[in-house]
Design a protein around this ligand. Sequence first.
Ligand code: SF4
Length: 314
Amino acid sequence: MIDLLTDLLEQARKRGATAADAFVVEDQAFSAQVRLGRVDTVKHAREQHLALRVFVGRAVAAASTSDLSRDSVARLVDEAVSLARITAPDDLAGLPDGANLCQTIPDLDLCDPKGHDLAPEEKIELARRVEAAALESDPRITNSEGGDFGDRRARYTYASSGGFAGGYETSSFSLAVSPVATQNGEMQRDSWYHVTRKRARLDSPEDIGRIAAGRALRRPCRRVELHHLPTATTAAWEHSDEGIARQLRRAESIAAECAGADERFRAGLAAAEVDSVFPPRPGPACGWCDYRQLCPEGRAASAPRHPWDGLAGD
Ligand code: SF4
C-alpha cells in the first residue's frame, strides 16, 4: 500500500499539487449474535478506503474512494486537484514540516494476527457461551437480548509529500451479553462486555455472563479493590449497607453543591465573583487534584502527587 500511496502523491504533484497526503484503511470485521441459544445474525465485512488531500498553494481539497484500481486512483487525483484549484486559499492550511515527521515507527504491539484464526463456528460458540452463562446464573434471568462476539482487524497506511510513509495494523475482540431479569412482575435489562486487542486477554464468556446477570439483577456491589501493580498487592474493602448509604449521601451532597454552583454561574457572575461559587479549600489532597493546574491556592498547598503516592512504600 505504501507504493500505491507514494505513486498517488507523485501523480498529484505532476498535476500541480504543491503538497499532498493520503491514507488507506483496509478493514475486516466479523460479528455474530446469538439469541436464546440460536444464531440471530452473522456479519462478515471487508472494506478498503483511500483518501487523498491535496494542497495547491494554500488552497486545500480532499477526495476519497473505495475503488483502488488504477483508473479510479487517477480520477481521484484529478478530482482532488481540480477541487483545490477552485477552493479559496486558507492561510493556515498546510502539512507539517518534513523535519517534524516521525522517521522510526515504534512497534506498539497493537495487533494479534493469530487471534483472528478462529473459525466462524468457534466465534459463534463464544457468543453462545456468554449468553448461556448469563441465563444459567440465576433463575430470575428469564430472557436475553443476545450474546455477541466480534473481531476486527485493520491496517492503516499513511504517506505525506513531507517525507513520511508508514502504517500499522490493529486488532480488537469483543464479547457482550444483555440478559433480562424478571422479579415481582417487573423486568430489568442490563448488559456487560469486554473489549481487548489480544484475544487471549478477553475475559471468559462465563465471567462476562455472570457479571451481566448480576447487573440486570441489581445485585449490590460491596467489595472495592485497589490493585497496586508494582507490588502486585491487592487492598480490598467490604462496604456495609450503612457505609454504602453514607457514601451515597456524600455523593448526593457534592452533586447538590455542584448543581447550585452551576446555577449561580449560569445566572451570570462577574469574573471576580467566580471563585466565590466554588471557593478553593486547599489541603494535602490538592497534590492529587485534577484541577491543580488551574488553582494557585492548591498548587501552593501541596506538591504534585502520583496516584499511588498514598500507598505504603515497598
Ligand atoms: S487544588 Fe484547588 S480545586 Fe483542587 S482540591 Fe485543592 S483547592 Fe480544591
